[in-house]
Write a protein that binds this ligand. Structure first.
Ligand code: ZN
Ligand code: ZN
Length: 145
């Protein structure tokens, strides 16, 4: 699936609520997804997460974080001072994801699909026209440009 043509070009910068953790990305996203899975709901204390994934080589992160390993393949890094969940790291891949809400410009990128809609919170109405996948995305991440 192609990136949304309304996306602003890189670089992208962002960070946690207190400013101790900052990140900078020098590449276009390889996927921007809205996840409704229960682990994302609980980990983000939010009805869903919107996250953009990037090739790890294009990302730099400064500031001290700790992580919770939410599954054998996923580490969720957070700021030790304010607790903002800044980075999601698959341990078996060469990519990193950041919630769009942590971007300095949270509207810079646009989501491409909903995933794990089987656990969508029932009062949440989806009318954005994006594809809705019952579980994980059937499409792979894009090859980095
Ligand atoms: Zn912080
Ligand atoms: Zn999820």
């Amino acid at each position: 699936m192609a990136a949304d043509p309304r996306n602003l070009p890189p670089p992208y910068e962002g960070g946690c609520a207190c400013g101790a953790v900052r990140f900078r990305v020098e590449a276009a996203p390889i996927g921007v997804r809205i996840c409704h899975c229960r682990i994302c709901q609980q980990a983000m204390a939010s009805p869903f997460i919107v996250q953009a994934s990037f090739p790890k080589s294009a990302v730099s992160v400064t500031g001290e974080t700790a992580y919770w390993q939410s599954s054998p393949r996923l580490r969720r890094h957070f700021c030790l001072r304010c607790g903002t969940r800044v980075t999601i790291e698959p341990v078996d891949g060469d990519r990193l994801a950041f919630p769009l809400a942590t971007f300095d410009d949270p509207g810079a990128l646009h989501p491409e699909m909903h995933i794990w809609v089987t656990s969508r919170i029932p009062w949440l109405k989806l009318d954005d026209g994006l594809p809705q996948h019952p579980e994980a995305s059937p499409e792979p991440y894009r090859t980095p440009e």
